[in-house]
Design a protein around this ligand. Structure first.
Ligand code: ATP
Ligand code: MG
Length: 385
């Protein structure tokens, strides 16, 4: 494939915040952009040169996106794999439909981890009553997760025993599920890699992640946030997982850290990830620029983190932190803190649990960043960490 140089148009399936930040990165480098999303007010559609307002499987919409775009990526994990396959018949598409299809299905995803020699939680696939009855005791207590379409902890039920497991499967309408052993987590981390068509691979430094209610709340990336051997192991495992897929694009792999310091892979996302947003202000190449480079066939550049960083996720809850009615948080007070970088996604209304934006904090030292991040958290009504 020839390189697609700035001046061409890059397309993206999905118009959420990840698409918006891809569009910003592409435009900064001189590309035009086209977004396909049915929502007239989608965060990426609002800032793109072209917005194709159509459903993800609409043949006419897909044809228009193809006609506009020199190459197409995706920002949305549940983008129908058949739509990507249709696009790929006529345009370079990254990541490929096959890789996205594996990431969309927890059972297939875990099988891929095992193939790559990376340990994941003990688990069983549950699609039938017989499989439900055959579940081994060591998987309980466990977490029952729908095999498809889960995000931000949705489609998951924690179960202590067989009776709760059976009830949970009913509650999830008996769709195909994966039951995982509930692991004692000392911490969680993730790694983002980018892999080019010719197999060049670069990575961001591993991120330490704090989840609250199944949603990412805080990401920290600074010296001494992880033991170096653990960081190296997470990077190696992520690279093996990307290599095993012959992946092209940006891939994030999430890990659990167990009390003995060992790593267990949780899941992967075939796109930039919420935990990589700090790279926009703390690294010389962001995860979104990496996405542009992989899609356009440009050389990759190993990102260098130039500043310790903490990212605070800004959920819709903050709009209701001080009163029941919706109120815009005090951004002016937050922006008075030096090293605070505000990213809002242009969503018109706040809802609890909705990702409205993120705040990156950078500074000269890990201690300074932490002090600023705690001040920002207090101003916004985010629980200290
Ligand atoms: P995402 O928004 O990352 O796509 P998701 O809905 O796919 O989320 P998971 O990443 O599977 O969900 O789980 C969300 C969180 O729930 C994890 O980050 C972890 O904190 C907790 N969790 C999930 N599985 C387990 C497990 N087997 N043992 C202990 N905690 C777990
Ligand atoms: Mg997750």
């Amino acid at each position: 494939m020839t390189v697609i140089l700035p001046g061409a148009t890059l397309g993206v399936m999905g118009g959420g915040q990840l698409g918006r930040m891809f569009v910003h990165a592409a435009q900064r480098m001189g590309y035009f952009t086209a977004v396909l999303d049915p929502d007239p007010a989608s965060p990426a559609g609002l800032v793109s040169h072209y917005h194709v307002q159509a459903d993800y499987l609409d043949p006419q919409g897909l044809a228009e996106l193809m006609q506009r775009s020199a190459a197409i990526t995706t920002e949305f994990e549940n983008v129908p794999a058949p739509a990507l396959a249709t696009l790929a018949a006529q345009r370079p598409v990254a990541p490929a439909a096959e890789a996205v299809a594996i990431a969309q299905d927890r059972a297939q995803e875990k099988a891929h981890f095992v193939r790559c020699g990376v340990p994941c939680a003990a688990h069983a696939v549950i699609e039938t009553d017989a499989q439900l009855a055959a579940v081994g005791d060591r998987l309980l207590p466990g977490v029952l997760k729908t095999a498809r379409l889960g995000y931000d902890g949705k489609g998951q039920v924690r179960v202590k025993n067989r009776a709760e497991l059976a009830a949970a499967w009913e509650q999830l309408r008996r769709v195909p599920c994966v039951l995982e052993q509930l692991l004692p987590l000392a911490a969680e981390c993730s790694v983002i890699v980018a892999r080019s068509r010719d197999g060049q691979m670069v990575n961001l430094p591993p991120q330490l992640n704090l989840h609250r209610d199944g949603i990412l709340a805080v990401t920290q990336v600074h010296e001494a946030h992880m033991p170096p051997a653990q960081a190296a192991q997470a990077i190696d495992a992520t690279r093996a997982i990307a290599e095993g897929l012959r992946y092209v694009g940006v891939l994030c792999v999430e890990f659990f850290v167990l009390p003995d310091g060992s790593l267990v892979v949780n899941e992967m996302a075939p796109r930039p990830h919420n935990s990589g947003h700090y790279s926009m202000d703390a690294c010389d190449v962001s995860q979104f620029e990496l996405q542009v480079r992989t899609l356009a066939g440009l050389p990759l550049s190993q990102p260098r983190q130039h500043s310790p960083a903490i990212m605070l996720n800004l959920l819709g809850d903050l709009w209701f932190a001080w009163a029941d009615e919706e109120r815009t948080p005090a951004w002016d007070r937050v922006l008075a803190l030096s090293g605070a970088h505000l990213h809002l996604y242009g969503k018109r209304s706040a809802r609890k649990g909705r990702k409205m934006g993120h705040l990156n904090i950078t500074g000269p030292t890990a201690g300074a960043v932490r002090a600023t991040a705690l001040k920002a958290a207090a101003l916004l009504g985010i629980e200290a960490f």
